[in-house]
Design a protein around this ligand. Structure first.
Ligand code: HEM
Length: 211
């Protein structure tokens, strides 16, 4: 039990850290989107800490988080699964006892499901002010082996992201330089390559411009 809890907490912390770093990479690349996200936080919460119950009024932030995961999925692919029977898929015969792995990025960037898939556009996850669920959006997998931590991760990522956004601005340190959006795949995880950012804390005075 100790090992399981320690692994789970470790995994949760690592995933949350990697996701926040990726969010900063996209926030500094798209300052207008960063401002739009922060304006929403201040309109809904002012200077008060963001709560989970505020999320319903901040679906653009959720769409931003989804778009970061779509462009740069947290995991490279699902764990390999072995089929115990011969089966067929899309006309291919798969002999029994194969190691089958699904590559997440292929669905998240498939032009059959996403218009201009290489474009960073949080609005693609919204329709009439509600979240729009694209069947190809599956960063936590699908079916009975789906990630057990999906709800926890959605909660933690939203809370950490929204509260950071309320307190700090993120700017490219070198405006002429191009940051890499490539990931360094570490076995199972997609980790962003190192980059620089200029972090400015928002004081109460700065925050008042939003009221
Ligand atoms: C944003 C963070 C995370 C993402 C995107 C993610 C994604 C995934 C994916 C794609 C799978 C494979 C699903 C499949 O085979 O169809 C999976 C399985 C799993 N994940 Fe996560 N995961 C995340 C965080 C975590 C954390 C923090 C934990 C630990 C508490 C965790 C525990 C598990 C377990 C135990 C499975 C295996 C479930 C099974 O085979 O029945 N995940 N995850």
């Amino acid at each position: 039990m100790h090992a399981f809890l320690s692994d789970s907490l470790g995994a949760g912390t690592n995933f949350t850290y990697e996701k926040l770093v990726k969010c900063i990479l996209y926030l500094q690349e798209y300052p207008d989107i960063q401002k739009k996200c922060r304006d929403i936080v201040y309109q809904v919460c002012g200077n008060n800490p963001v709560k989970w119950s505020d999320r319903a009024a901040m679906l653009y932030l959720e769409a931003f988080l989804m778009e970061v995961s779509r462009m740069n999925s947290e995991v490279v692919g699902i764990f390999a699964i072995e089929n115990q029977q011969e089966t067929s898929l899309l006309g291919y015969t798969i002999p029994k006892n194969c190691a089958i792995r699904c590559y997440m990025h292929s669905a998240l960037m498939d032009p059959k499901y996403w218009a201009e898939p290489t474009l960073f556009n949080p609005n693609r996850h919204l329709s009439d002010g509600k979240l729009k669920l694209n069947p190809a959006y599956n960063p936590f997998g699908l079916g009975p082996r789906m990630c057990i931590a999906q709800k926890e991760m959605n909660y933690v990522q939203f809370m950490v992201f929204a509260n950071f956004l309320q307190r700090y601005t993120f700017e490219k340190e070198d405006f002429t330089g191009e940051e890499s959006f490539e990931s360094a795949a570490e076995m199972f995880l997609n980790c962003p390559l190192p980059f620089k950012t200029k972090v400015t804390p928002l004081t109460g005075l700065d925050q008042s411009e939003y009221h």
